[in-house]
Structures are given as structure tokens and as C-alpha cells.
Design a protein around this ligand. Sequence first.
Ligand code: MD6
Ligand code: FE
Length: 212
Amino acid sequence: MQHDLLSPQAPEMEKIADGVFLFRSNVDEKQFMEQVNKVIDEIPFRHMITPGGKKINVAGTSMGKCGWYSDRRGYRYEMSDPISKKPWPEISSTISKIITDAAAKAGFNNFIADSCFINCYSPGVRLTAHIDQDERDFTQPIVSVSLGVSAIFQIFGKTRGGKALNIPLHSGDLLIFGGSARRLYHGVKKLENTVHPLTGDKRINLTFRKAL
Ligand code: MD6
Ligand code: FE
């Protein structure tokens, strides 16, 4: 069924697949961008290194009690930034509540993010297929918020290859990735070379997790 976005019947939440729920233009982009700017003021976006020694093309930073980190020593969550030694900036209570409320609407009650990984994509950069598996409890969802330039989020199956489910994500979209989807490979297609008033030629994505 087609829904007119402007009609009062437009669904707030769309079920995309098992465990995957999409809220179109759901968040206040400026509010989230302000939070991102506070974080990168403290701990800027950085290209981390995989355990195998490759540069990660998507630049990242974190906020919350702990932050996802990668270098020669492996993939893990760190309680502070290993480079600057600073603690990760806090997730504001306002933003934390928005994320908890959205997760509850998708049936994930009492989701409290203790970590948010923030990705920054430049034109031509893609995120290769992966499964997020450094969190302790896989029954907890991951909540994603996209800002700036649009991109195509791809959900594969239990293996990396094959046909993907393509989900275009635009600025302000909120996606919940939980249940059985937590074990599916997913990635982001190469970012188009275009501009958005909020971020210039970049795409920013925040993934809120319960890591500990
Ligand atoms: C991105 N997102 O949208 C990357 N992972 O830039 C992810 O890798 C992701 O959106 C787990 C759950 C939701 C996600
Ligand atoms: Fe992921």
C-alpha cells in the first residue's frame, strides 16, 4: 500500500523485516547535529585501523559510557578514548529518552543506550558488510539515526553475499535493528557526491547501542 507522507494516515513506523523498523523523518536533525558537534569538539572523527592493519574509510567517534574502538589490538568497547585519554562525551538525557521511546514503540522495552558510535561518510565512501558483535547482549537492538546526505543501507542475509534489501536512509530517519536482524550482515553503499544543508557533502550516522 502507498502512503502519502502528508496524509494523517502516514504510518509513524514501518516494519521493514523481522526486527527492523523504520521511522521516516522522525528526529529533529538540528538537535542531533548539535549533539554531534559537541562530541567532535571533544573527540574528533578519526579513521581507525582494523586489527589487520587497514584504514577504516568511514571516520568515527563515540559518546556514552563506552565507545566502539578498533586498532591492531582488536575490535572492542573502550571506557575512554585511547588516543586523547578523555572519557567519551555523554549522551544527553533528552536524546537518550528519544531513543528509548522509539525502541519501545518497536517493542524493545527499557532500551537504554550506554554507547553511541558516530560515523562520518565522505563522498565515495562505503561501509562493507558486517555484523555488530562486540556488544554483550544480542537481544538488545541497535537504534540508528541518519543526518545529512542520503545513503542506501543494505541488509544481506546470514552471509555477506547475495541479494540485499536496500533501504534508502535520509536525514532525520530513525531505524531500529533488533531481534533476529542483529545477526544479519548489513552495510552502506558508496556515498554519492552531493550536498545537504546540514552536513555539506557528508553523511553522519549515529548508532545507539547497549554494549555493556
Ligand atoms: C550506517 N549502520 O548507517 C551504518 N549497524 O552508517 C550500521 O552499521 C548499523 O544502522 C547496526 C544496526 C543499525 C545500523
Ligand atoms: Fe552495523
